[in-house]
Design a protein around this ligand. Structure first.
Ligand code: CAA
Length: 258
């Protein structure tokens, strides 16, 4: 029996799939869901049979934000004590690539969750926004930071200050998402994309993910130093020897993750 009440988990080849499962509340992120999601991500991360993770909602909503009804009566002290947003940071520690497959509403904490993933596959119906201004607050789970880095200051200001939403097409144009797929196929496409990456050399995928994410968090000089160190370190792996030998011998490489 599944240990979860607000999410569903499955595996598809070497990809772990996590579905947010509060459809009546448009997958609003309550405290239980956030905890279960982080536990499921950590479990897939620890499973050697899994090489990538896809995170999705349903066709109508990826997630319509943090659960407003759960947090409406919080005070600064109670919300600080619960610090319910802090678990979001655990996504940053997941070593395997995490792809968000987004359809329908992707708002507030939902958009912040999608942006915490490494890539986003969007259905044609996806709508992205940070509507917290309508509630008299601002984004609290990285929205002002990740969104600005992704789409630039001008558009981020409009989204955060004036509830500007982005269509899937606009999100692609401004660099928020990787690709757009018809609604009937977006999850299938995200799983195929994830399995493609999961079949690659695991250590190189892990280090590549870390290095690209580092570009968001560091000054250029630090990021470059870190990237170079990871590149040199990979020469200690069997996969580097196998990958380069296979190229020279004109054959497919067989990855061991060692
Ligand atoms: N929290 C709690 N419940 C939510 C919710 C949310 N974020 N979003 C939707 N729901 C619930 C609705 O209350 C409704 O429940 P009932 O049937 O029990 O009334 C159900 O989901 C369906 O929603 P609607 O009837 O409103 O559906 P709609 O199609 O008319 O509208 C919508 C869709 C435009 C997304 C609208 O639901 C909406 O505006 N939702 C709120 C979006 C929002 O403000 N998100 C930001 C939250 S704050 C945040 O995320 C802070 C942060 O940075 C961490």
């Amino acid at each position: 029996m599944s240990p979860y009440t607000t999410i569903l988990t499955e595996t598809h080849g070497r990809t772990g799939l996590i579905r947010l499962n509060r459809p009546k509340a448009l997958n609003a992120l309550n405290n239980t869901l956030i905890k279960e999601l982080m536990d499921a991500l950590a479990a897939f991360d620890a499973d050697p049979a899994i090489g990538a993770v896809v995170l999705t909602g349903d066709e109508r909503a990826f997630a319509a934000g943090a659960d407003i009804k759960e947090m409406m009566d919080e005070t600064p002290v109670s919300i600080l004590r619960k610090d319910h947003i802090a678990p979001f940071d655990r996504i940053m520690q997941i070593k395997k690539p995490v792809i968000a497959a987004v359809s329908g509403w992707c708002l507030g904490g939902g958009n912040e969750l999608a942006m915490s993933c490494d890539m986003i596959v969007a259905s044609e119906s996806a709508k992205f926004g940070q509507p917290e201004i309508n509630l008299g607050v601002i984004p609290g789970a990285g929205g002002t930071q990740r969104l600005t880095r992704a789409v630039g200051k001008a558009l981020a200001m409009e989204m955060v200050l004036n509830n500007r939403t982005l269509s899937a097409q606009e999100a692609l144009q401004f660099g928020l998402v990787n690709r757009i797929v018809p609604v009937e196929r977006y999850l299938e496409e995200a799983l195929a994309f994830a399995n493609e990456i999961a079949a690659r050399a695991p250590l190189a995928v892990q280090f590549g993910k870390e290095a690209v994410n580092h570009a968001f968090e560091s000054f250029l000089a630090d990021g470059l130093k870190d990237e170079r160190r990871a590149f040199y370190y990979l020469f200690a792996s069997e996969d580097q020897k196998e990958g380069m030998r296979a190229f020279a011998e004109k054959r497919q490489a067989e990855w061991k993750g060692e």
